[in-house]
Design a protein around this ligand. Structure first.
Ligand SMILES: Cc1ncc(COP(=O)(O)O)c(C=O)c1O
Length: 399
């Protein structure tokens, strides 16, 4: 059996007719730049996330740049973030001349550990930049307590949610099935248009950033991204920054960038948006099936989803001390896998000037050595999941 890490052709096959109509419409109407589909997508994002404003942009990386620009972050400033994320998170901080200040992650969730943040706050700290890694929200309540602006990197987490206040689901509600307890409390989640009192990723902090890179839960046919905010002034500024800092064409109040989303991408994303909740539910079902089959294997750690969190599983990531050998075994068995991410950012060559060394962030370093993500895309069959789980189990027995 062959189980790829991701098979976008399967998704395309189910959407081909809708997508081709939508794309052809844009081609024929020729409103390629900020055409009506872009505003429609923004309206859909507002409805889906519950944010007051959504601003579509060219990528998740540019969304981060725009967010930091809108918060006036630049040379001499410090932004606290996680070392265990895709490069763009810290890259955006550095690109603006500011300093990424890393804080180690929580062992269970892989997200930034708020307990280590106060020691890193200085007079220069301008913002916190947590990442909702793999599709699970960082501990936003703890992060918001610092009273600093928070940019949520929700690139991997569209549709992820946190509960509004303590006392809802309990850990035991969800002990057997990481999403069941939440679903029971949360029937509304199946409809993107129905407001839900669980807070959406990207709407809890000052600005949220999203990526529509093709591998994301909502992925375009190329690059794309978006920002969300509840602040009217920031929304207006983000809109201007996205077109070289101009609210009025050829009049530039500040220096921005060309950060627009193409109308063609918006048209593709609008079609896919209609399927997002069903895809998320399929990802969660797939995750539950893996966890059911793998959680008793003591040499493995299956994903730990906090009981306060609605995890959307952009990745299903397990950890094992024998990660590289497991990957090799999976490849031999025709199973795709990937390591997100093999090198924590504090050890990247381009950040050598920050002066970090191995051992500075032990949890991030351990995660980088132990994690591996298994196929989790919505179209996977139960048989494929069982085959992957059996192969993992067989490997563990062999070591
Ligand atoms: C956590 C995180 N931040 C930012 C980005 C950047 O998004 P994009 O690839 O759309 O520029 C990604 C994309 O992989 C990501 O996973």
């Amino acid at each position: 059996m062959h189980v790829p890490l991701l098979d976008l052709k399967l998704q395309y096959a189910t959407l081909q007719a809708e997508l081709e109509v939508a794309v052809l419409k844009v081609m024929r109407e020729t409103r390629y730049i900020l055409g009506p589909e872009v505003s429609e997508l923004e309206a859909a994002l507002v409805k889906y996330t519950g944010a007051r404003h959504a601003i579509a942009c060219s990528s998740g990386s540019d969304a981060l740049l725009l967010a930091l620009l809108a918060l006036d972050i630049g040379a001499g400033d410090e932004v606290i973030t996680t070392p265990f994320t895709f490069f763009a998170t810290a890259g955006a901080i550095a690109r603006l001349g500011a300093k990424p200040v890393f804080v180690d992650i929580d062992r269970a969730t892989f997200n930034i550990n708020p307990a280590h943040i106060s020691a890193k706050i200085t007079r220069r700290t301008k913002a916190l930049l947590p990442v909702h890694l793999y599709g699970q929200c960082a501990d936003m309540d703890a992060l918001l307590e610092f009273g600093l602006p928070v940019v949520e990197d929700a690139a991997q987490a569209i549709g992820a949610r946190c509960r509004p206040q303590p006392g809802w689901a309990t850990v035991s509600d969800r002990a057997l099935n990481p999403t069941e307890g939440l679903k029971a409390n949360n029937a509304n989640l199946q409809s993107p248009s129905v407001p839900c009192d669980w807070r959406s990723a990207g709407t809890m902090g000052t600005i949220g950033t999203f990526s529509f890179f093709p591998t994301k839960n909502l992925g375009g046919a190329g690059d794309g991204g978006a920002l969300t905010t509840n602040d009217d002034r920031l929304a207006a500024r983000l809109r201007a920054l996205r077109v070289h800092g101009s609210e009025r064409r050829y009049y530039h109040d500040e220096v921005g960038l060309n950060g627009r989303l193409d109308t063609l991408q918006a048209a593709v994303l609008l079609v896919k948006f209609r399927h997002l909740d069903a895809w998320t539910a399929a990802r969660q079902r797939n995750a539950d099936r893996y966890t059911d089959r793998l959680r008793r294997i003591s040499q493995l750690q299956t994903p730990i989803s906090a009981h306060t969190s609605f995890h959307v599983y952009n990745q299903y990531t397990i950890r094992t001390a024998h990660r590289d050998a497991l990957r090799e075994y999976l490849t031999q068995a025709g199973i795709g896998s990937e390591v997100y991410y093999p090198v924590p950012l504090h050890l990247q060559k381009c950040f050598a000037a920050l002066g970090h060394k191995p051992g500075d962030f032990p949890e991030a370093e351990r995660a980088a050595a132990e994690v591996v993500s298994l196929p989790i895309f919505p179209e996977l069959t139960g048989l494929q999941i069982d085959y992957v789980a059996e192969t993992v189990a067989k490997f563990v027995k062999s070591v």
